[in-house]
Design a binder for this molecule. Structure first.
Ligand code: 4NP
Length: 160
């Protein structure tokens, strides 16, 4: 008999933790509920400018359009402990993946990868940062992270 697998836990990491990673967190929470998958989900930023702040109003509005309230989320900075606490850490872009590799502790156990590596045909791609762009960019972000969330659920269900 094989050992019971522990509950998977997923951390999404972008730069500010107010645009892309909170949307990814929201998308995976919703997708996991739909799929009946138990998974711990959180998000963080490599930067510390928005620690304690709610998501960008445009990210909140985007989540709301898709039926999800993220107004209670608060920004936090990724820590070394996250590499021991989570089973999977997904970087939203390649710069943040590099930043995570630099701070990863030697005893970190989390599987660290680029989020879009899960999407066939988009391996190596970044989720574009919508922060400095038009509002419409947030819907593009939502499409990317919700498709990736479906892929994460499929991967975790396959591993269960
Ligand atoms: P995020 O977007 O990394 O998707 O949360 C950003 C939010 C804030 C900043 C940059 C990116 N900023 O420079 O404050």
């Amino acid at each position: 008999m094989s050992a019971p697998s522990s509950t998977p836990s997923v951390l999404f990491v972008c730069l500010g933790n107010i645009c892309r990673s909170p949307l990814a967190e929201a998308a995976l929470r919703a997708e996991a509920i739909r799929a009946g998958l138990i998974v711990e989900v959180d998000s963080a930023g490599t930067g510390d400018w928005h620690v304690g702040s709610p998501p960008d109003p445009r990210a909140q509005a985007t989540a709301k359009r898709h039926g999800i309230d993220i107004s209670g989320y608060r920004g936090r900075q990724v820590t070394a402990e996250d590499f021991r606490r989570f089973t999977h850490i997904f970087a939203l872009d390649s710069e943040n993946l590099e930043g995570l590799r630099r701070i990863r502790p030697s005893d970190g156990t989390a599987h660290l990868s680029l989020l879009m590596d899960l999407m066939p045909g988009h391996e190596g791609s970044s989720v574009t940062d919508p922060y400095f762009g038009e509002d419409a960019g947030f819907e593009v972000t939502w499409d990317d992270v919700s498709n990736a969330a479906k892929a994460i659920v499929a991967m975790l269900k396959g591993a269960a």
